[in-house]
Design a protein around this ligand. Structure first.
Ligand code: GMT
Length: 381
């Protein structure tokens, strides 16, 4: 099948899921066309059946804002016509779903009826999409999608709650390819671990795009409480608007010597591989891909219980869940896991085992089934 995948090319979860999905589909023999304004960060190796098409909005002094959505629409029309795409799969509603709808209408005038599937990832619904300036377009384009998927039951409920959606919504959770994550650290990983924690300190980590919704200050407060009870190091990976504030907070608490802020890393798996515990105290999280990646690396997770996190992190088994902002409870749970090697190893094993539920081989066929269903029902209206 020839599949066009529209995505954000950044380190955000939706872009990562879309890229990994495309790569896995290509491995299975599909022809994949990634369409975005920049080369997807996770598209890191060449496969002959993967193409990348860059959307280049036209700069003109009259425009205060470049009409990206129109440039994307034209690109979708162009790629569909000239590459003979069978289906479009757009990740993140804004503005990808409405661009796909518009492209579909234009393509009909060329005698082409291409189905499109919209995957909602979370902030497109729970934060951005709810804005009155976007709401009518989001509702319309979700309802006009040939299929709609969301990454958790929680996001499905949120979508029906916030929008007048009449279309069916199918839940397909985020996934990981377990071979990309370390189960047993190699000598190189152990060397990195020793460099960060030379005295055998526990390593706690957090990986995100440093947005407010991640509540990284809670990560720091929880870590500060752990540090008061045992030697530990905190590795913060990622970058974004909160970074400066977090640097200041570490300085105020006097814990900078125990905190490594490593910025964006190409392979977050290398961070999980040297971690004992992962913290994700987000305000809201439709799924929490970072938590799943940690679990797949055998790292237990202390998270908030918001959104889809209870579907990913099993309380008392793969880690613990606490109410948003309850740093006391999070620290208490973290300390109980970290207290002894025996307890930590038990949770590490359980974390990995729980993550198998979300393995690529379980999830990929669910998308393929939808593609086959839509492509086989195409007729020109
Ligand atoms: O919050 C992020 O890290 C970025 C955001 C995005 O839109 O790319 O991630 C969302 O999609 C991920 C992939 O489906 C989910 O795992 C994240 O939970 C979701 N983020 C939020 O809901 C805040």
């Amino acid at each position: 099948m020839k599949i066009g995948i529209v995505l954000y090319p950044t380190f955000g979860g939706s872009g990562i899921v879309a890229t990994e999905l495309g790569k896995a589909l290509a491995e299975k023999g599909h022809e994949i066309h990634f369409i975005s304004y920049n080369h997807p960060v996770k598209l890191d190796h060449f496969l002959p059946n993967i193409r990348y098409h860059e959307v280049r909005p036209f700069h003109y002094p009259l425009f205060d804002y470049q009409p990206y959505e129109l440039a994307l629409t034209s690109k979708l029309v162009d790629v569909t016509r000239y590459e003979g795409l069978d289906i479009l799969h757009v990740h993140y509603a804004i503005p990808h779903a409405s661009a796909a709808y518009f492209a579909k209408q234009i393509l009909k005038t060329h005698g082409i009826n291409i189905p499109f599937i919209t995957t909602l990832h979370g902030t497109d619904i729970t934060l951005v999409g709810k804005q009155p300036s976007f709401e009518p377009v989001i509702t319309f384009s979700i309802n006009e999608s040939d299929a709609v998927t969301v990454v958790s039951e929680s996001l499905k409920r949120d979508t029906y709650r916030h929008f007048a959606v009449t279309n069916d919504i199918e839940v397909i959770p985020n996934f990981v390819e377990h071979s990309h994550y370390c189960s047993v650290p190699k000598p190189a990983d152990l060397a990195k671990r020793a460099a960060i924690a030379p005295n055998g300190e526990r390593i706690i980590s957090h990986v995100s795009n440093f947005r407010k919704v991640k509540r990284i200050e809670d990560v720091v407060y929880v870590f500060d409480k752990i540090l008061k009870q045992m030697p530990a190091k905190l590795v913060l990976a990622g970058d974004g608007p909160e970074r400066y504030h977090i640097e200041q907070l570490c300085a105020e608490l006097g814990i900078c010597g125990n905190v490594e802020m490593v910025g964006n890393v190409q392979q977050a798996s290398e961070i999980y591989c040297i971690s004992d515990l992962f913290l994700l105290p987000s305000e809201t999280e439709s799924f929490g891909l970072a938590a799943l990646e940690a679990l797949a690396s055998g790292v237990p997770v202390i998270s908030s219980n918001s959104g889809g996190l209870p579907e990913v992190n099993k309380h008392g088994y793969s880690g613990y869940l606490s109410n948003v902002g309850d740093v006391e409870d999070m620290a208490k749970n973290a300390l109980s896991i970290l207290a002894t090697d025996e307890e930590l190893n038990k949770f590490k094993k359980q974390a990995h085992e729980h993550s198998l539920k979300f393995s690529l081989k379980e999830i990929l066929p669910k998308y393929e089934l939808i593609y086959e269903r839509l492509v086989s029902s195409v007729t020109i209206k």
